[in-house]
Write a protein that binds this ligand. Structure first.
Ligand SMILES: Cc1cc2nc3c(=O)[nH]c(=O)nc-3n(C[C@H](O)[C@H](O)[C@H](O)COP(=O)(O)O)c2cc1C
Length: 227
């Protein structure tokens, strides 16, 4: 019995298969940014949301996906049965962080009409949250999607953003909102106090809401920054 117990602990340490339990009363908000610009537009927006949540007492953590060692899924499919990805890289830490978070804020700049390659590597690896029957191991975890784009046409990539929200929904996230910062080629996010303020307000709201995505969007659609 003791041996089994030790084996289990050894397994957990080796695979870093720990699920963080949120022992305290504060909620946790996790920011993930797929831009190589660590102080760029996307990071500033994600930070604004995180800061708003922190004002309501949430614990905030942010990672830059482009700075991490995240390999591409190698299609071994071992995660389907075990729920653990076999690749030993920085995704192991992110799996734990996602499990522990109440809300995830995922941001990417638009590169070639899509998310960045760094963000896509991350999304592919989320397949570890799918069971063999493709149902999710995540229980409708709240997520806010953030995109920044050089083009000032807000609707230019709208179908792609909706498609991306659909993928995340399939993976087991409840997408509450998508924030789009359009026209960053002309005006960077730092010079848009209204957009940053709206994002901060959204963070505050998300940290307290019990609404599901469709209810949240219906009630708070005015919060979608239009600038
Ligand atoms: C390689 C590359 C490809 C890009 N492709 C697009 C694009 O297809 N459409 C667009 O509107 N902006 C495009 N942009 C501009 C970025 O989306 C924009 O500058 C964004 O705000 C950068 O975010 P960041 O400051 O967080 O890195 C591209 C930028 C780079 C470097």
């Amino acid at each position: 019995m003791l041996i089994n117990h030790l084996y289990f602990i050894q397994f957990c340490v080796k695979s870093r298969f720990f699920i963080h339990l949120n022992g305290g009363s504060s909620i946790k908000i996790l920011g993930l940014v797929g831009s190589p610009n660590i102080n760029g537009n996307t990071t500033k927006l994600v930070n604004a949301i995180l800061n708003g949540a922190a004002e309501n007492g949430a614990e905030k953590v942010i990672y830059n996906l482009a700075s991490l060692n995240i390999k591409g899924c190698d299609a071994c499919c071992r995660c389907q049965e075990s729920g653990c990805c076999a690749i030993d890289d920085d995704m192991q830490e992110l799996y734990q962080e996602i499990q522990a978070a109440d809300t995830v804020v995922l941001g990417s700049p638009v590169y070639m009409w899509q998310m960045t390659a760094q963000t896509k590597l991350f999304i592919d690896r989320l397949t570890a949250f799918l069971k063999p029957d493709f149902s999710s191991r995540l229980d409708n975890k709240k997520l806010i999607l953030v995109f920044s784009q050089g083009s000032s046409d807000r609707d230019a990539f709208k179908p792609y953003f909706e498609y991306t929200a659909g993928i995340l929904y399939y993976l087991g996230f409840d997408v509450l909102e998508t924030i789009i910062a359009a026209g960053t080629d002309n005006l960077e996010v730092s010079f848009r106090p209204r957009l940053l303020e709206k994002s901060r307000e959204l963070g505050k709201l998300v940290s307290t809401t019990h609404l599901s995505g469709p209810e949240f969007r219906r009630g708070e659609s005015s919060l979608i920054p239009l600038i």
